[in-house]
Design a protein around this ligand. Structure first.
Ligand SMILES: [Fe+2]
Length: 233
């Protein structure tokens, strides 16, 4: 009896394995706070649509694009970004879309909860831009100056200096195609889908109010990690 049971299990196992759906390479994490947590700066409905529809679409399309190209199998998101210039357009767009949005959610916190920049980061901002206000002015200019859709970033560049840059579509400064490459400390999504229900087409208004929900604690940690890594290189 035991013998026949073992035979049945052995025969069934390969079939079960074949029928098991492939595990997607990339997954959508939930928002790190309730969708309404950033109100009134970003309304809950915009956040829900942005995360549940737009971000999910990038993840799904990325999994499909990677599954269609065996050469890309097993590559991390960061590896895909670093080789975006030679990747199919669907990989470049959707790897960027997935990474950018995951980074963006973690860049924000409810108003009043994000703290202030660490003394080290505050000093670096003053040294690079003259003051926090001047950094914000330059950031807004880059964001409003981005024609169409894209992102605006505060980065540590290849020389270890703070810089502001903007990328089109879903590109980012980690990509080999970026005009200015570097490590992002914070990034803002200037696609209209990021702000349209509350701010309509008023991108400048959105950029002004967005600072209220920046999580400076996270941004300061990113800065410290990046500078530590730069010092070790
Ligand atoms: Fe977006």
């Amino acid at each position: 009896m035991r013998y026949w049971f073992a035979c049945l299990v052995a025969l069934a196992a390969p079939v079960a394995a074949q029928e098991r759906p492939a595990v997607p390479a990339f997954t959508l994490a939930p928002l790190p706070y309730p969708a309404t947590a950033l109100e009134p700066v970003i309304d809950g409905e915009t956040m829900t649509l942005h995360h549940d529809r737009h971000h999910r679409a990038y993840v799904d399309a990325l999994n499909k694009a990677v599954a269609a190209d065996p050469a890309l199998s097993g590559r991390s998101l960061e590896q895909l970004l670093a080789q975006a210039g030679s990747a199919p357009a669907a990989v470049r767009d959707n790897a960027g879309g997935h990474w950018n949005h995951g980074f963006f959610w973690k860049t924000m916190a409810p108003a009043g909860a994000g703290g202030v920049p660490s003394p080290e980061l505050a000093r670096a901002i003053d040294a690079a831009f003259g003051s926090m206000e001047r950094m914000k002015t330059a950031f807004k200019a880059a964001g409003t100056g981005r024609f169409g859709s894209g992102w605006v970033w505060l980065i540590v560049d290849a020389d270890g200096r703070l810089a502001i840059t903007s990328t089109p579509n879903q590109d980012n400064p980690l990509m080999d195609v970026a005009a200015i490459r570097g490590t992002p400390l914070l990034g803002n999504d200037v696609w209209e889908h990021a702000y349209y229900l509350k701010h309509r087409n008023r991108r400048a208004e959105y950029l002004d109010t967005w600072w209220q929900v920046v999580d400076w604690k996270t941004v300061s940690e990113r800065f410290a990690e990046t500078m530590d890594r730069t010092a070790q290189d």
